[in-house]
Design a protein around this ligand. Structure first.
Ligand SMILES: NC(=O)C1=CN([C@@H]2O[C@H](COP(=O)(O)OP(=O)(O)OC[C@H]3O[C@@H](n4cnc5c(N)ncnc54)[C@H](O)[C@@H]3O)[C@@H](O)[C@H]2O)C=CC1
Ligand SMILES: CC(C)CCC[C@@H](C)[C@H]1CC[C@H]2[C@@H]3[C@H](O)CC4=CC(=O)CC[C@]4(C)[C@H]3CC[C@]12C
Length: 369
């Protein structure tokens, strides 16, 4: 697509395009990618809002499919110029089995790579995660780190294990020859905790706070910083990376980029209060109300109950040993690599991101969606 780049209309495929992040990527492409000719949205579950998008100038093709099915992926990838692979099983609560998480996140990614190679698609952007790095099982802090910061990445939980393996597959595939003889160019974007319109855990916290009469109770010390990034900026970073991969293949190919923006460094709960506070909730306690060992005990109890009840019912509360460790370990990034490599600047300021999220929480919290 080199010479006629300005004129040629491109075909993009977004896997997981109906998910929280995927929807934002899809809408961002339609708004901000002038070379877009066709947008293929591939997901296991197609959402009704896709229908509205079909009336615009860009051809939007909804494809119901499963990334674990190699033939379905190959059919969707055939003829695409760029793939943004954001589909994944995000489960840190024990809802799915480790085998299923591996199958979707690792084998699904392998299928996407092989489909690119077989069909001649040259550009692949993969949605990785901060979890590929940490927090690690030892609870070491990662304080304002960047892509080159040395950190002992040790995983045991199926989700980070699967994201780390999948990211490695994507990076190792960079440079492979695709059908037609050209090299595959890949990169991986690593969001920290994403927030914004569509963030289900935020909505759940809001509803829980309403049920408790407007109160939430501090569980984690305010001094523990947790990295967060606005979904619109994560989507924008995907769109920009996908666009620039062709022009800057030598620089960007095989690289990883943390996703970042101007969101403040705060604890997980204090950050959530930036949105839940204006929606009428209050966080009780300058310090955690329960001693940490009680939380550790409750998290272990939840894990035991999950295991005992599994034959009868799925018990998957938010608090378990893994989520407690993540929430209780400082992990924040400070980097400008995406700016240096492909000119990324956040599209949404912190104030914009905050306002948009508050409006969504207010609407989502009071409706049944
Ligand atoms: N939510 C977060 O804070 C973060 C998410 N990520 C990554 O971002 C990506 C998107 O995550 P979210 O939007 O939060 O999750 P999500 O669950 O809202 O979206 C994932 C989408 O993938 C689809 N999907 C799942 N299994 C599939 C399969 N077998 N075949 C086809 N489609 C399938 C789902 O139907 C869903 O629409 C994931 O790869 C996740 O690992 C990375 C860092 C942080
Ligand atoms: C008081 C409790 C201990 C609070 C529980 C909060 C947890 C449910 C969430 C705290 C940190 C979140 C994770 C973090 O933002 C990093 C993530 C990256 C991903 O790729 C997927 C999601 C997640 C694991 C995210 C999940 C919820 C938390 C564990």
């Amino acid at each position: 697509m080199a010479d006629s780049a300005q004129a040629q209309k491109l075909v993009y495929l977004v896997t997981g395009g109906c998910g929280f992040l995927g929807e934002h990527v899809v809408r961002m492409l339609l708004q901000r990618e002038p070379r877009l000719g066709e947008l293929r949205v591939f997901d296991r579950h197609l959402d009704p809002w896709l229908e509205e998008l079909k009336t615009g100038p860009v051809r939007v093709t909804a494809i119901q499919g499963d990334v674990t099915e190699a033939h379905e992926v190959a059919a969707a990838v055939a003829g695409a110029h760029v793939v943004i692979h954001t589909a994944g099983l995000v489960d840190v609560f024990g809802r799915a089995s480790p085998e299923t998480i591996h199958e979707v996140n690792v084998q699904g990614t392998r299928n996407v790579i092989e489909a690119c190679v077989q069909t001649g698609t040259q550009f692949l952007v993969y949605t990785s995660s901060m979890e590929v790095v940490g927090p690690n099982t030892k609870g070491h802090p990662f304080y304002r780190g960047n892509e080159d910061t040395l950190y002992e990445a040790v995983h045991r939980h199926p989700y980070p294990c699967s994201k780390a393996l999948a990211e490695r597959l994507v990076l190792e595939a960079n440079g492979r020859e695709v059908h037609g003889g050209l090299p595959l160019v890949t990169c991986a974007l690593r969001p920290t905790g994403i927030y914004g319109e569509g963030h289900q855990i935020m909505r759940d916290f809001y509803r829980q706070g309403l049920r408790l009469g407007g109160w939430l109770f501090r569980a984690i010390p305010a001094s523990v910083e947790h990295g967060r990034v606005y979904v619109g900026n994560v989507a924008w970073m995907h769109v920009l990376a996908a666009r620039e991969l062709e022009r800057r293949a030598a620089l960007m190919g095989g690289q990883v980029y943390f996703c970042y923006d101007g969101s403040p460094y705060k604890s997980y709960e204090d950050f959530n209060m930036e949105f839940l506070g204006p929606c009428g909730l209050q966080l009780v306690g300058a310090r955690p109300l329960l001693p940490y060992w009680v939380l550790v005990f409750l998290a272990a109890l939840n894990a035991l109950l999950q295991w005992l009840l599994r034959p009868l019912v799925l018990y998957a509360p938010l608090l378990n040993p893994y989520t407690l460790a993540v929430a209780n370990t400082t992990f924040t990034v400070s980097t400008d690599k995406a700016q240096r490599h492909f000119g990324y600047e956040p599209l949404f300021s912190w104030e914009d991101s905050r306002t948009r999220t508050i409006l969504w929480v207010q609407a989502a919290g009071s409706s049944a969606q």
